[in-house]
Structure formats: structure tokens, C-alpha cells
Design a protein around this ligand. Structure first.
Ligand SMILES: NC(=O)c1ccc[n+]([C@@H]2O[C@H](COP(=O)([O-])OP(=O)(O)OC[C@H]3O[C@@H](n4cnc5c(N)ncnc54)[C@H](OP(=O)(O)O)[C@@H]3O)[C@@H](O)[C@H]2O)c1
Length: 216
């Protein structure tokens, strides 16, 4: 869901000349600026090192809900896959800006009681130690999908459909707690082009960065 939203904004942005989308199964999406690379083993990106070079930014949107998962399994998807990609990317593109989507409540101490927050915190900390040109950790809270984008998770889809008519009210009342796929994508493009005052960016930062594009 987040990845689709970010891809949409990248394809719409005239400053973006080329997007490489790395997926485990083809989405079927076609666009002049888009190249889709289907890769089976997300624990090893080294065979792709050459194809992953020459890019200014990586918007890393892969992630799963921790519901019903053991810490070991959640770590394999959250930490192992992200770091496998990041280590190959930083070798191929030392001037790259790396943007990771974690979530509101991520635990930078890695010691708290919430399993998902510890694992996301460990993932963020390991990414922050890599020698990219710049690194930004997006920590959104509630994200409303826009423009027909759908979550892969069935019960999320039902929740988003119920929330859609209420979203303008939620957005007005709790603007720092909610964001949208459009704003996440636009904010990622802003940090890739201009950076941001902070490395850890919550909903309020994401919304402010996205709003700043209207003034450009
Ligand atoms: N949705 C929200 O409101 C929200 C809020 C805060 C933070 N986040 C974070 O944002 C990230 C993305 O969430 P989302 O809502 O976009 O999830 P989503 O719609 O379920 O999409 C997850 C993506 O990750 C890929 N993926 C999952 N496991 C994989 C694996 N083992 N190997 C390869 N690819 C795998 C999926 O690939 P396939 O398409 O092939 O299945 C899919 O493209 C997560 O880290 C989540 O914690 C989401």
C-alpha cells in the first residue's frame, strides 16, 4: 500500500527520470519511467548490484504487520530483508539517500516491551550506521490510502473503506496522527531532493514536508 502510493508520486514528479521497482511478483504496472525488476530471494540482493547502481534515492516500503508473528520471523522480514537490500545499495550508490518506513512508536532503545517497535528500532539503528549520503526514517501513524490504492491485508482494506468517509474529519481533528499515501510519497521526494531538518520523521513532519511541495 505504501509502496504503491510512493510509486504513484514518483511517476507524477517531473524531476524523477527513472524508477526501478524491485518486487517478488510482477504488478503488471506499465509506465515510461518505470522499470520493474522481479527478484525471488529478498535475503540476497548481491546478484542485482549492477542493476541497483546509478540511483539517487531508495524509498524502502516493504514491511509486514507483526500480528501473529514470532520475533524471529518478524525480524527476518523487517530487519534481515531491509539490511540485505541496504548493504548492497550503499555499496552500489554511496551518494544515495535511503528512506525507510518504520512506524509511529518505533523504539530506538531496542529494549522496550513492544516486539514490533524493538525490531523496527533495531532496523532503523542499523540503517543509520550505514554510510549513505543521507538517511531518513519515516514513522507514520495512520495512513489513509488515496487514489484507489489498496492494502494487501484484507482486514486493513475493510478498515480503510470504513474510515474513508471520516478521513477529512480525522485529518482536521488529529492532523499530527494521520497522513495519506500521497503525502508519504511527496514527503519522500522532498527529503530525497532537499533533505530535512531531522532524521526521524513522524506524521507531523511528513505532512509538513508534503505540504511544502505546494509552494515549490
Ligand atoms: N499501512 C499503514 O497504515 C502503515 C502505518 C505505519 C507504518 N507502516 C509500515 O509501512 C510498511 C508497508 O506497509 P503497507 O501497509 O504498505 O503493507 P502492505 O500493503 O502489506 O505491503 C507490503 C509490501 O511488502 C512486500 N513484502 C512483504 N513481505 C515480503 C517478503 N517476505 N518478501 C518480499 N516482499 C515482501 C509485499 O510484497 P507483495 O506485494 O509481493 O506481497 C508488499 O509489496 C510496513 O513496514 C508498515 O509497518 C504502514
Amino acid at each position: 500500500m505504501v509502496g504503491q502510493g510512493v510509486l504513484r508520486e514518483c511517476l507524477l514528479d517531473p524531476d524523477v527520470t527513472q524508477v526501478l521497482s524491485v518486487v517478488r511478483s510482477s504488478t503488471g504496472q506499465k509506465h515510461d519511467k518505470l522499470r520493474e525488476l522481479v527478484h525471488q530471494d529478498f535475503t540476497d540482493f548481491s546478484p542485482l548490484q549492477r542493476e541497483l547502481s546509478g540511483y539517487d534515492a531508495c524509498f524502502f516500503c516493504l514491511g509486514v504487520s507483526s500480528a501473529g508473528m514470532s520475533e524471529a520471523d518478524y525480524t527476518r522480514v523487517t530487519y534481515d530483508i531491509t539490511l540485505a537490500a541496504a548493504r548492497v545499495l550503499v555499496k552500489a550508490n554511496p551518494r544515495m539517500t535511503f528512506v525507510y518506513v518504520s512506524g509511529a512508536g518505533t523504539d530506538s532503545s531496542e529494549k522496550g516491551r513492544s516486539m514490533w517497535a524493538r525490531v523496527k528500532g533495531r532496523t532503523e539503528n542499523a540503517l543509520l550506521a550505514l554510510p549513505f549520503k543521507a538517511k531518513f526514517m519515516f514513522r507514520p501513524g495512520y495512513i489513509q490510502p488515496m487514489h484507489g490504492i489498496r492494502s494487501k491485508t484484507r482486514w486493513y482494506r475493510a478498515m480503510y473503506a470504513l474510515a474513508a468517509p471520516l478521513f477529512p474529519v480525522l485529518d482536521a481533528a488529529f492532523s499530527n496522527a494521520v497522513t495519506t499515501t500521497e503525502r508519504v510519497g511527496r514527503a519522500m521526494l522532498v527529503v530525497a531532493k532537499r533533505g530535512a531538518p531531522r532524521t526521524l520523521l513522524g506524521n507531523a513532519d511528513i505532512n509538513a514536508l508534503a505540504a511544502s511541495t505546494r509552494a515549490l
